[in-house]
Design a protein. Structure first.
Ligand code: HDE
Length: 690
């Protein structure tokens, strides 16, 4: 039965209580008042950053014991399964903005371990914009919509962001990541996750290792084209959220390998960068990533607000065996997260909300406060006590009590950055130099797009000056397109120690030990599976039933999903008499929502698609998919459509175009989809579009 919040059964949920049929509503209508009061308070403040998120439950399975390095139990016992909740997010955008904004993605994991909650609150990029927490509010103010007119939403392409960035050489490495296609992922399941900071592992003997955390998607790291991202934002702004939800519903569970880079404490100074500097990676060539576990997301939340919105992460939620490093960005984060939960969730009792609750029972003397759920019995809320028999007791180390890793700390109180933090360009170069040619082109075009939106020429000029320290050709190309000259520019940086000359320390001659890293290019990612890919079948009445069924079955057996697109949503009658109900009409979706398309065989179907009412829509579909370097399958008798489309203009052998004359057409199609896109033919495909 429908009840009020006090549990009273409600007999009429349609009409308010009135004085007479046409009379005024009565204040005494407690049912109406309760309903509307609750509704009025349904919203809570959105997260100041990472407002837009998507979450899922899952499990972490340890495959290789790390007991040698950490006493954390969930990382010690092989095959141990730890429940998790993961929240992905965009960073700078509002809760209601598009998934496809150019942005960093949050990758936050709550491990519900037997020793309490452990939160790994990471991103899909391994570095950050700034080195010190002091600059975080400035960074966020600069990237958020400008405060006078609240423009632009879901975009970093504006004056204040680039003004700040152009004055912050330390952000250059992160800018390379942000301008790369990593900032427009194909899906959450195809992006990496990183802990970013160096953390510490401590084993039973108290030995310390620095550790960097990595999550590598089993489906590979794949992105969409920027032009595509812009279109998706209009056609399906929930593209990533939907993909995650649907993959889990279809039991195509997203999976990641969990890996660690381990560095003995005594090797801390062996690198040409500072391990405490969050604008640096530890190149995998210098310290390989050891894969030790699997993260699987296998259950959608039951309620978005209760779980995804109310989940509260904190890099300070640790378990014994893991500790912080002195990274000054991480140190600042340790203050921020509880503080922000207090205003967002409104009470210090947010740990009692089901999604935040530790599996381990909570025993302490903290009491009361807004929205307290726990009913603690007895009169003892202090320690030491004798009345309660001394409970709850402190745990010794052997009983699993948390102890910080002992570290000698001494120093003069000082507001300064260490000289080892000054080199801002070597790893920006490392990233840029490691990209394939199409990736470099995309990065360059992203910079041109973003900087073209900057209205103040001095900012554009300063940015080009920054790029010049990374790559001269890149700087020249961008400068040419944004109407400024490449010049030596001064970068006032008040945060550097007085004796260090930034320009000298950041000179173009300076190179890191590692100059190219394969792990940084998406070219080298996994390209052997079509699991989770979405294939659009374009057809109408008379489509070849056998072809549809055979190809559809084959693609679905390999883990892809096939969606039928037809001129209308009415059932399509195929040449064998069977009926198939389309999921989309030609006007309700677009090629950008699919990884590949198939123009289904069948003379009558092709005739139908050539009808003047549909032809331009079908050709737009094909041409756009072609432009975005996708695999396209042309079934038998589809030649008239092929000939009218831009595909017929191709000048190179294109491995992603499948025509009836090909051998093993379905295998060729599957192979092309698995490769994701033929980025290397992008200029050829685009050139032909003119
Ligand atoms: Fe966060 N960050 N952050 N951050 N962060 C928040 O906490 C903050 C940083 C990250 O899905 C906030 O609960 C400061 C780095 C993720 O709920 C806030 C600094 C990394 C999420 C906050 C950083 C992150 C947040 C806003 C610099 C990658 C979303 C809402 C000192 C390693 C978690 C909230 C979720 C959220 C502060 C920098 C990741 C305001 C002060 C670096 C994934 O507390």
């Amino acid at each position: 039965m429908l009840t009020s919040n006090q549990g009273i059964s409600i007999s009429d949920n349609q009409n308010s209580l009135k004085a007479g049929n046409r009379g005024p509503t009565l204040l005494e209508d407690f049912i109406l008042r309760e309903k509307i009061t609750h509704f009025d308070h349904e919203r809570i403040p959105e997260r100041v950053v990472h407002a837009r998120g998507s979450g899922a439950h899952g499990v972490f399975i340890l495959k290789k014991s790390l007991a040698k390095y950490t006493k954390a139990k969930f990382l010690s016992e092989v095959e141990k399964e730890t429940p998790v909740f993961v929240r992905f997010s965009t960073v700078a955008k509002s809760k209601g903005s598009t998934d496809l904004a150019r942005d960093v993605r949050g990758f936050a994991i709550k491990f519900y371990t037997e020793e309490g909650n452990y939160d790994l609150v990471g991103n899909n990029m391994p570095v950050f914009f700034i080195q010190d927490a002091m600059k975080f509010p400035d960074l966020v103010h600069a990237v958020k919509p400008e405060p006078d007119n609240e423009i632009p939403q879901a975009a970093s392409a504006h004056d204040t962001f680039w003004d700040f960035i152009s004055l912050m050489p330390e952000s250059m490495h992160m800018i390379m990541w942000l301008m790369s296609d990593r900032a427009i992922p194909r899906s959450f399941s195809r992006m990496e996750g990183f802990g970013v900071h160096s953390f510490k592992f401590i084993n039973e003997e108290g030995k310390v290792h620095f550790v960097k955390f990595h999550f590598k998607p089993k489906l590979g790291v794949h992105s969409v084209a920027w032009d595509e991202a812009q279109r998706i934002s209009g056609v399906d702004p929930d593209f990533h959220k939907r993909d995650l939800w649907e993959s889990i519903e279809m039991k195509n569970f997203p999976e990641w390998d969990f890996g660690v880079q381990l560095i003995p404490e005594e090797d801390e100074d062996k690198f040409d960068f500072d391990l405490l500097d969050p604008t640096k990676i530890v190149p995998e060539e210098e310290v390989p990533v050891e894969i030790v576990g699997t993260l699987i997301l296998n259950k959608n939340p039951d309620n978005f607000f209760a779980e995804t919105e109310q989940v509260a992460f904190h890099p300070g939620h640790l378990v014994p065996g893991i500790d912080f490093s002195n990274d000054p960005l991480l140190q600042g984060r340790l203050f921020s997260y509880t503080d922000t939960q207090l205003s967002r969730l409104g009470s210090p009792n947010f740990h009692e909300i089901p999604i935040n609750k530790s599996l381990n029972t909570v025993h302490n003397n903290q009491r009361d406060g807004h929205m307290r759920h726990q009913i603690v019995k007895g009169k003892i809320s202090y320690e030491p006590n004798s009345i309660g028999g001394g409970c709850p007791f402190q745990a010794t180390m052997s009983e699993g009590g948390f102890t910080s890793s002992p570290e000698r700390v001494s120093g003069v109180k000082i507001r300064e950055r260490n000289k080892s933090f000054v080199d801002h360009y070597s790893q920006a170069k490392l990233f840029y130099n490691s990209q394939s040619v199409p990736e470099k082109n995309h990065l360059q075009n992203a910079l041109i797009f973003e900087l073209s939106k900057v209205t103040i020429p001095e900012i554009r000029e300063r940015m080009v000056g920054q790029l010049n320290y990374i790559n001269k050709k890149l700087a020249e190309k961008v400068a040419e397109k944004i109407g400024v000259e490449v010049k030596d520019v001064e970068f006032p940086n008040q945060s550097l120690p007085a004796e260090s000359n930034p320009i000298e320390l950041q000179s173009e001659e300076r190179e890191g030990h590692t100059q190219v890293s394969d792990a940084l290019s998406m070219k080298n990612t996994v390209k052997d599976t079509i699991k989770g890919r979405k294939i659009g079948f374009i057809m109408t009445h008379g489509a070849h039933g056998k072809m549809v069924n055979d190809l559809k079955n084959k693609l679905e057996t390999e883990g892809a999903s096939v969606e039928i697109i037809a001129p209308s949503l009415g059932a399509v009658k195929m040449d064998d008499g069977s009926l198939l109900v389309p999921k989309h009409s030609l006007t309700s979706t677009a090629s950008v929502c699919f990884d590949a398309i198939c123009i289904v065989a069948g003379e009558d179907s092709v005739k139908g698609l050539l009808h003047p009412e549909h032809q331009h829509l079908v050709l737009h579909f094909i041409n756009e998919a072609y432009k975005h370097c996708k695999a396209i399958y042309f079934g038998k008798a589809t030649e008239p459509l092929y000939m009218k489309s831009n595909v017929s203009l191709k000048t190179h052998i294109d491995p992603a175009i499948v025509v009836p004359e090909d051998e093993n057409t379905s295998d060729k199609f599957i192979d092309a989809i698995a490769k994701h896109r033929v980025w290397e033919l992008e200029s050829d495909r685009n050139f032909q579009q003119v």
